[in-house]
Design a protein. Sequence first.
Length: 393
Amino acid sequence: MNYTDVEQPKAGDTVVVGMSGGVDSTLTAMLLKERGCHVIGVTMSLWKGDLPPLPNGQVLHSSCYGPDETEDIAQCEAFCKEKGIEYHVIDVKDEYQKQVLDYFKAEYRAGRTPNPCVRCNSFIKFGALLRGVQAMGISYDYFCTGHYARMVRPEQGVWASDKKPCMIACASDITKDQAYFLYRIPSDVLEKVRFPLGFMEKKDVFAMARERGLLAADRAESQDFIPPEYFDYLFSDKPGIPGDIIDLDGHVLGRHRGIEHYTIGQRRGLGVSSTRPLYVHSIDAKKNLVVLADNDDLLVSALIFDDCAWPAGVAPTEPFDAMIKIRLASRPVACHVEPLSADSPEAAAENLSLPAYKVTFAEKQRAVAPGQSAVLYRDGVIVGGGIITNPIA
């Protein structure tokens, strides 16, 4: 399918820019201001002030949830005041607690590996934040962020329909591409979304920020979510239930302190002794078991996903070929995708929520984790995806 890049904000347009205090969003606001747009900066307020001090005087380093938020907001406010940009802080704490933090904990306690950034983008950054902007009576032509991705429109309808929605494509700087995190944003929201940095290299972004004397150019890049030092605190509302760590043959190798502390592919911190490296192969939440295996045992030929997201909500009804990523850091691999029917063996065995799809890899993939996102691409454009329910050996 052929795609064309969508129009970008032009002089005179009112553009809301989601700002974090980092170099990407700050430069985005600056470039739009220079273009002649009426720029309005907004920052999400997520943190409830509930995190205790880290031991040994440790500090967070620009995580998206934590006390750094106060500093981020202050820097955004100072920048906007200096540049004559209207600025607002939008309180989304309650939604973030419900849609991201509570979801994160529930998924881990169910033996799955969630992706909070995917969840946050669809429900908070491009959901609750924009609802907050609208509630303030702010009307805008575009909503822009500093994400590394591009927006395109197909020249033909998607999946044999007549709909030609805005779709997310990979960034020009593939080493910084963030399209994977954005795949669940609804198409009607994407119509007003633009990513001005999607055509740029990260090194050029830093160079342009320094040319303009932006203080954000010297800030450390933000981390995702919150650091591991706070995981125990996050799960302290309910004690973990210890259980057995076993191998694929059922032999008990040790004890775990709660399945929420483990994820597929994990090697370190397992608390077992072995003459060879062992990795988390699977997690049985019903039996409260963590299963370890050799590295080669983590290779699988296929997966199943449900909880799907498709451009314009149009789901494919026939098998098709695509490229797939099973996590942000994985390289895309060729695959064959086929919809599952209610009477298919996989649907019956897994008690799936239909519609669901089976993906068969052209080459086996390692550590496919239930709860993570399977994102499908064709010609560098996201054509859909969903949440992995289980790997198939």
